[in-house]
Design a protein around this ligand. Structure first.
Ligand code: NAG
Ligand code: NAG
Length: 306
């Protein structure tokens, strides 16, 4: 009888432990992320310049790796990626030291971007299989050297049809995740039909491999109002159904809804609706002049209770 009671209490204890473990993994129900592009403008910004709140998941996105030659007149290399970010201030040892100091920091790299040495950084594969083979090889090499956690797809110019883009990127993401080269993937579209058609084709076929949509809300016109911003957000939620759409602004006086005009109010509204998955900023290089004021405010907002 005593033994029976003992077994029952063991069972109860075990059940309690299991319940507490389940609760721990399920909540907070949706961890929020703060992401920031860094290193594109040659302003000597480094990771430790940027304030990091310990209560958010923090992702730096190195800008950029591009499959173009690094020459006066750059030419496409069919998936052989080279590093174009500031390699003096954003080295593998800078990465290991910022990660050692801040357990919540992850570092990724962004592919493509707008221009390369003044030319469009156009997505221009020779064939799907050759581009994917070269991209897997060059990206894996860089990811291992820099101990990267994430990859972001940021092409803005295309000379292939949407399905070819979707196949190339989809196969690349599949390989990188399957082989644990990186843990997080994202895409960075903006509201331009010729750009969106490529990312939507990718999303339709390979959306299950994409963790975040870094939607460039700062590519909308300057002076966007809060209601317009919320409308744009709904449009993109509908386009990228089921995706984690991150909201964004630029610290380079570009377009969209700025912090001065209600960006954080819009975030609070989205959060009350359970739709705020995170914020990203373009870019750390531009934020240095204001001492990363909005990086602090963004992370405070994300870290504060609802
Ligand atoms: C960045 O650092 C290099 C080396 O110290 C220096 O020559 C260059 O002028 C700096 N650039 C800026 C924009 O501060
Ligand atoms: C660069 O890309 C833009 C838009 O994608 C296009 O309108 C422009 O003609 C391109 N420039 C060149 C030189 O190809």
């Amino acid at each position: 009888m005593e033994f029976f009671k003992f077994c029952i209490s063991l069972l109860v204890l075990q059940t309690l432990l299991t319940i507490s473990r389940i609760t721990a993994t399920v909540s907070p129900s949706c961890p929020v992320v703060f992401r920031e592009y860094i290193g594109a403008l040659g302003k000597n910004v480094t990771f430790s310049d940027v304030p990091i709140n310990p209560n958010v998941e923090f992702h730096f996105l190195l800008s950029f790796a591009i499959d173009y030659t690094n020459t006066i007149s750059p030419e496409p290399t069919n998936g052989d990626f080279l590093i174009y970010w500031d390699t003096d201030n954003l080295t593998p040892s800078h990465i290991s030291s910022i990660k050692a100091k801040h357990k919540n920091v992850r570092v990724g790299m962004s592919l493509g971007g707008d221009t390369v040495n003044g030319k469009n950084a156009t997505f221009a594969p020779t064939s799907i299989t050759s581009w994917v083979r070269n991209a897997i090889y060059s990206i894996t090499k860089i990811a291992k050297e820099y101990n990267l956690d994430a990859i972001d797809i940021d092409y803005e110019h295309f000379n292939v049809d949407p399905d070819t883009f979707a196949e190339c990127i989809g196969r690349l993401l599949y390989f990188l995740k399957q082989n644990n080269v990186i843990s997080y993937t994202s895409i960075a579209p903006y509201a331009d039909d010729s750009v969106q058609v490529h990312y939507l084709a990718l999303w339709r076929k390979y959306g299950h491999l994409i963790d975040y949509i870094n939607f460039q809300f700062y590519a909308y016109v300057k002076g966007t109002t809060i209601p317009q911003f919320l409308q744009y957000f709904e449009t993109q939620r509908c386009n990228y159904k089921g995706g984690k759409i991150l909201v964004s602004f630029g610290t380079n006086n570009i377009g969209g809804l700025s912090p001065e005009h209600g960006f954080f109010d819009a975030c609070t509204i989205l959060r009350s609706q359970g739709k705020l998955h995170g914020i990203f900023i373009w870019s750390a290089d531009d934020s240095m002049k204001d001492h990363f004021r909005y990086e602090k405010l963004s992370q405070n907002l994300l870290a504060s209770a609802t």
